[in-house]
Design a protein. Structure first.
Lengths: 227, 99
């Protein structure tokens, strides 16, 4: 019974997740190409995707390396950039607490913007199986690393992915998840304000703290709203 | 030295992902806090969207992304389907960027 449920959840994860996974291949390949052109060693690039496994932060690291930034500055920047994972893991936490600490710590490694958003959608509609999260998150990890390797191998310019709008698939998925998650007018207010604060901060050049700041502030609106 | 930075960044990133899972205490939350945490997931996902729509690639959008975002919202509200929204969004942004 439990096993059938897990299998169904895993299939659902791939069925709903493929536009995001497909985009990940394009972005991962781009990352490998960009990092190689910036002069990083193939082993370093592969290690970044394998160990850090955080798309946006990895692009930032490449830029910092080319500017000759010292290790402490790189680490601090990555830390600030990824502080948003604290919020995501806090939000996912209730669904994971019935599993052993070892399993939770293993699952934690695969928390990304994408796996968080997909898992949230699944849990919000009443899904309980962890298989949905695990399937999607591990598939994302494998594809991200394989496409990074492909990018390293390509090494020189590939087509500009932005032109075909493929880069927008992840954003569109996130927008759809937010729309489908809305239950009350207050949810709309929280989402719009969070998006606006984060967008404004990114425009102001504070993109490292945009998501964590907006994500932490906007839910306060839910406290003002009448039930 | 890049390796120190890579390993350090990996550790820092893992800490941000694992700390909430590692803590085992289960605090009884007051009503206000649980309402805050209920709103948190939507806020985070919307916060991820904001910069990608307003400032794709770090510079102010020329308008393609906000219009495409509106198309996604309209499509998902209409069809209640994530995939329909993604297809509409990608098609819209590809066309609008040509303009």
């Amino acid at each position: 019974m439990e096993r059938t449920k897990d299998r169904d959840a895993a299939r659902l994860a791939m069925g709903e997740g493929w536009p995001v996974l497909g985009t990940t291949i394009v972005v991962g390949t781009t990352f490998g190409v960009v990092a190689r052109q910036a002069g990083l060693e193939p082993l370093e690039i592969a290690a970044m995707s394998l160990l850090v496994f955080a798309g946006a932060a990895e692009f930032v690291m490449v830029r910092l390396f080319t500017e000759g930034a010292a290790a402490p500055l790189v680490i601090a920047t990555v830390l600030f950039f990824n502080l948003r994972h604290l919020l995501m893991a806090t939000s996912l936490r209730p669904h994971f607490m019935r599993f052993t600490l070892t399993r939770r710590l293993a699952a934690a490694f695969f928390v990304t913007d994408e796996s968080f958003a997909m898992a949230t959608r699944h849990f919000r509609r009443g899904g309980t199986s962890l298989a949905y999260y695990v399937t999607f998150a591990v598939a994302l990890f494998v594809l991200w690393n394989l496409s990074t390797l492909a990018g390293i191998a390509l090494g020189n310019t590939i087509g500009e992915p932005r032109r075909f709008g493929i880069d927008f698939a992840i954003t569109a998925t996130f927008i759809g998840i937010v729309v489908l998650a809305v239950r009350r007018p207050a949810d709309v207010a929280v989402a719009v304000v969070a998006g606006a604060i984060a967008g404004a901060l990114a425009l102001a050049g504070a993109s490292t703290i945009a998501v964590i700041t907006a994500g932490a502030l906007a839910p306060a609106l839910a406290l003002l709203a009448r039930k | 030295m890049n390796w120190a930075a890579i390993v350090g960044s990996a550790v820092a990133t893992y800490l941000t992902r694992s700390l909430p899972f590692a803590l085992t205490m289960r605090p009884r939350l007051p009503a206000a806090a649980s309402r805050y945490f209920e709103a948190l997931p939507v806020a985070i996902i919307a916060a991820l969207v904001g910069p990608a729509v307003v400032a794709p690639g770090g510079a102010l959008t020329h308008g393609a992304e906000p219009l495409a975002a509106a198309a996604v919202v309209a499509m998902v509200v209409w069809r209640r389907s994530l995939l329909a929204g993604v297809i509409a969004g990608v098609a819209a942004v590809a066309l609008l960027r040509l303009v």
